[in-house]
Design a protein around this ligand. Sequence first.
Ligand SMILES: Nc1ccn([C@@H]2O[C@H](COP(=O)(O)OP(=O)(O)OP(=O)(O)O)[C@@H](O)[C@H]2O)c(=O)n1
Length: 411
Amino acid sequence: MQIFKVGGAVRDQLLGRTVKDIDWVVVGATPEQMRAQGFRPVGDDFPVFLHPESAEEYALARTERKSGHGYGGFTFHTSPSVTLEEDLLRRDLTVNAMAQADDGTLYDPYGGQTDLANRVLRHVSPAFAEDPLRILRVARFAARYAYLGFRVATETMALMRQLSASGELQYLTAERIWQEFARALMEDNPEVFITVLRDCGALKALLPEVDALFGVPQPEEHHPEIDTGVHIMSVLQQCVRFAQPLNVRWACLLHDLGKGTTDPAQWPRHIGHETRGLALIKKVNKRLKVPNDCAQLAFLVGEYHTHAHRALELRPATLLKLLMTFDIMRRPQRFADFIAASEMDSRGRLGFEDREYPQAEYLHQAAAVVRAVDVKPLLEQGLQGAELGQALTQARQQALHDYVEQARQSN
Ligand SMILES: Nc1ccn([C@@H]2O[C@H](COP(=O)(O)OP(=O)(O)OP(=O)(O)O)[C@@H](O)[C@H]2O)c(=O)n1
């Protein structure tokens, strides 16, 4: 039996990046031999094992044949006679199809090193098409390595276009799609992920609601970049600049979906786009089975981001309603994330990147003012139930009123 380090670990090591997970490929072994050496099988009929100590993945060399649609439609062929070259041939990209032996010898039958040097993401063989998720992987790698100047090879892009047009993407499970989006949005150039998906037609297939934003104009006065799609890309860049977490990035991606449904006769204005976007945001979240924290924040940011932008003009009653909608007592972090997403939206406009967003501090302070209102004196007055609720609302509104007045006077 021969064991090689393989895939992403070899790629990242050659790129001088930190290697996180190491995958191994085992040539010339049977499942029985693996078990005998203490490796634990990952599943019943999947030729992958976990190392008894490191828990790293050791996969028997295999070839794969597509036997149907999607990820379920695979049959594996493993046998001790499958060679390293055969195993590497079924992999997605040349840069991911390199292996390294214990003594450091590099096995690179498909030109991975040349492509690394030339900064090219190129598919290894037509077998690329056997797993449509690879389209998302390529876009994600393009996003991750954009800073190094990587691009997708022309022939790979052509294959990705073909594959997107074939309808195969619809067989991917929501979980696998979401996982790629979640990882890609956390890369340093998430806008490249969206751009690559758009260029090959996969965005239209997977997230038509975002695809529809490209080419939709906004008023030049507020949005010098004009195109709504371009705006979204800039907002994502601001998210990276300010190290925002995934839920904020996801909310930013979806916050303007309503603009894709504006009647072109109304362009460049988008009256009521916040409300119009809500059904779309809900639909996307459901379709991709987006985790609750991301889904909820996207929905709230979609509805209220313009409230944040107009925060300094809001009447105390409206401001209180906004704070209560966000349940600021029990969910302070969610409100902070909402403010952050709104700030990213504001900064993600051509020429507005370094403009201050005083609304952020104003909203944080407003929340602090409301939280500071003490319920004790009201209880001491003997108030209960609905009466207590009303009195508390009044006290909070009064506190906000004073806060708003004070802020206006100092401006
Ligand atoms: N759909 C896929 C998934 C994985 N692979 C192969 O399996 C290796 C390991 O996959 P994975 O751990 O998912 O990705 P990495 O390449 O290690 O990338 P990352 O750094 O994002 O984990 C890849 O390098 C690639 O050779 C593939 O060909 N097709």
